[in-house]
Design a protein around this ligand. Structure first.
Ligand SMILES: Cc1cc2nc3c(=O)[nH]c(=O)nc-3n(C[C@H](O)[C@H](O)[C@H](O)COP(=O)(O)O)c2cc1C
Length: 237
């Protein structure tokens, strides 16, 4: 799966098969998380992999009783070690980088899981104290996110992606100045767009090729036609 397909096909999955997730796959997801960028390469993330039904029940209670937490065979609690990042970057580290680093880490994990055929959902709506106590986090670790992981129920259709087109939220040089580029709206996927001038170039090249092919075909046909005429002529004689 190429990176664009992976980004595009990832969806939040909230219904899971009961089938367990093999350890190797969980390991691959965790490794993907550790490849995320982090401020000064601090890598202050920490992961708690939860499969225990009782602990899952506590996490479910701590997160507005969202059913997918109960249903998913695995929950990964992603924490940020605030002591570690704070030592390096003080308040900005604790308040900003910790959030950004773990968010990048979570997204890596979601994409890796998608590439492995697993479904995930990023869970952010929870009571931090309750989550901390459920998985016994020490004071310096702040729970930043939970990820539900499992094989998706394929018969449950996911809602189609609803995305604000990038040109409505992207500006050129200064806020509010529209991008000058033209986009191709006819393409099914917005990742494979080309600027209009390149599309015109490509189309005119293709047109030239087609014309050449047609002329070659005509030549061939007329050669064949002449040969047939000769044969008929000879037969008549
Ligand atoms: C910071 C954050 C918190 C989220 N919290 C929850 C949550 O508590 N429960 C949930 O079902 N989805 C949660 N989501 C998932 C979003 O609802 C979902 O990503 C969004 O609707 C877009 O859908 P998609 O992931 O299928 O593209 C969260 C996503 C983010 C990034």
């Amino acid at each position: 799966m190429d990176v664009f397909d992976c980004i595009e096909s990832r969806r939040s999955v909230r219904s899971y098969d009961k089938k367990d997730v093999p350890k190797e796959l969980i390991a691959q997801i965790l490794v993907a998380g550790t490849y995320a960028p982090s401020a000064g390469n601090t890598q202050e993330w920490e992961f708690i992999v939860v499969k225990d039904r009782k602990i899952k029940e506590k996490l479910f209670e701590s997160a507005l009783r969202q059913e997918q937490i109960r249903e998913a065979p695995v929950i990964i609690v992603v924490g940020a070690n605030l002591k570690k990042i704070g030592l390096k970057y003080r308040e900005r580290g604790k308040n900003v980088y910790s959030l950004q680093d773990t968010a990048a880490c979570v997204q890596n994990m979601l994409l890796a899981a998608n590439a492995l055929g697993l479904g995930t959902c990023w869970i952010g709506a929870f009571d931090e104290n309750k989550v901390s106590s459920a998985v016994q986090l020490p004071d310096e670790i702040r729970p930043m996110a939970m990820i539900t992981v499992g094989f998706p129920l394929t018969y449950k259709k996911l809602p189609s992606p609803d995305r604000i087109p990038f040109e409505r939220v992207s500006w050129q040089e200064k806020y509010g100045k529209e991008l000058e580029w033209f986009m191709d709206y006819s393409k099914l996927t917005r990742f494979h767009w080309q600027p209009l001038d390149q599309q015109i170039e490509e189309l005119s090249r293709r047109l030239k090729e087609l014309k050449k092919e047609r002329e070659e075909l005509k030549e061939k046909e007329s050669g064949f036609g002449n040969k047939l005429k000769d044969i008929f002529k000879k037969n008549k004689e």
